[in-house]
Design a protein around this ligand. Structure first.
Ligand code: ACO
Length: 324
């Protein structure tokens, strides 16, 4: 049998209805629309409704991706959900999604790499599909991240939002896939930097959920360097250059990080998909949400070469190159 490749068959996204504007935040903490827009590019973010769980957001996005792919739930045999905000400490939120979608078997589990989670989940799924362990995967990034926020900390509460995005991946032979599919990954972590971006609680430490704590300017400094190194690694591995890329779909942390990375890598600004202004930073959900937004509005088309990157708590970071 010829080598297998993981091909993206469909994408989907979901954003909760409620919108929190910068002006709404300015009524809660000492900040302003001008400051938030100038420092981050964020104008608003979506907030999950009371009682709406990460698995609910994930299920909406997964259904949209299955519809786009023309795949039924009973054809799925692998669900990997990247999230920092699980419904419960256990079981894995992916199993709640499995039940809500009516996926009858296979395996479902969560991956935790914060804002880089979707790329880590994609790398796991790709590895498992290519070895023939599973055939059709749902890879989801979903977060109710705003539930981790300290709403009195203006340095963090203005940055994040809730949402979910998903892709359907299928293992195909080289003959079936042609030049489509996931071409390369590069994922890395550095645990010595965990104190710069973390949550000050947890099951085995405090017995509480905790809140996001961040030294923003330090994170910013490392983000551009780590992202650029991951992108360079996938380019070197594949021999693809910045000029070959059709679309750049970065993790949507901050407009200034996106601009800094694009400048450093000499990527054409017109090829950068940005949703941070309206979504905020939705952590593991941001890449699949941005991807499904740009596929949905017709910018990204089948056959396009897509470069993605992320950086988040851990530190964790990575890059993925795929042809849609
Ligand atoms: N409104 C008004 N003033 C604020 C706010 C706010 N929301 N937040 C912080 N400030 C103040 C600070 O208190 C500080 O005031 P001081 O000088 O009187 O002490 C001043 O602004 C400057 O603070 P810095 O933290 O140095 O501001 P900076 O220019 O670095 O911008 C920001 C802060 C936007 C968080 C930036 O550091 C950043 O984007 N970092 C990247 C972090 C990030 O995106 N994290 C997301 C998770 S990781 C990832 O996804 C990549």
């Amino acid at each position: 049998m010829s080598a297998l490749r993981s091909v993206v068959l469909g994408t989907g996204g979901y954003l909760p209805d409620r919108i929190l504007s910068n002006d709404d935040l300015a009524a809660m903490v000492d900040t302003s629309d001008d400051w938030i827009v100038a420092r981050t590019g964020i104008r608003q973010r979506h907030i999950a409704a009371e009682g709406q769980l990460t698995s609910d957001l994930a299920t909406h996005a997964a259904r949209a991706a299955l519809r786009a792919a023309g795949i039924q739930a009973d054809q799925v045999d692998l669900i990997i959900l990247a999230t920092t905000t699980p419904d419960q400490t256990f079981p894995a939120t992916a199993t709640a999604v499995q039940a809500k979608l009516g996926v009858p078997g296979g395996a479902a589990f969560d991956v935790q790499a914060v804002c880089s989670g979707f790329l880590f989940a994609l790398a796991c799924a790709d590895s498992m599909l290519k070895t023939g362990l599973f055939r059709t995967a749902l890879v989801i990034g979903a977060e109710t991240f705003t539930r981790l926020l300290d709403w009195s900390d203006r340095g963090t509460c203005v940055l994040f939002g809730d949402g979910a995005g998903a892709v359907v991946l299928q293992a195909q032979t080289a003959e079936q896939a042609g030049d489509r599919g996931i071409l390369a990954h590069h994922i890395r972590t550095d645990g010595t930097k965990s104190g710069l971006l973390h949550v000050d609680g947890g099951v085995s430490s405090t017995g509480t959920i905790g809140h996001v704590r961040m030294q923003g300017n330090q994170v910013f400094r490392h983000a551009v360097t780590n992202i650029a190194s991951a992108v360079t690694a996938v380019m070197q591995e594949t021999g693809i250059t910045a000029a070959d890329i059709d679309w750049f779909v970065p993790h949507q942390a901050n407009q200034r990080i996106l601009d800094g990375v694009a400048r450093k890598l000499k990527l054409d600004e017109a090829k950068v998909i940005t949703t941070v202004a309206t979504h905020g930073n939705t952590s593991a959900a941001s890449i699949p949400l941005a991807l499904s937004t740009a596929v949905g509005d017709g910018r990204i088309k089948p056959g396009d070469l897509v470069l993605s990157e992320a950086m988040g708590g851990g530190f964790s970071w990575g890059a993925t190159l795929l042809r849609l």
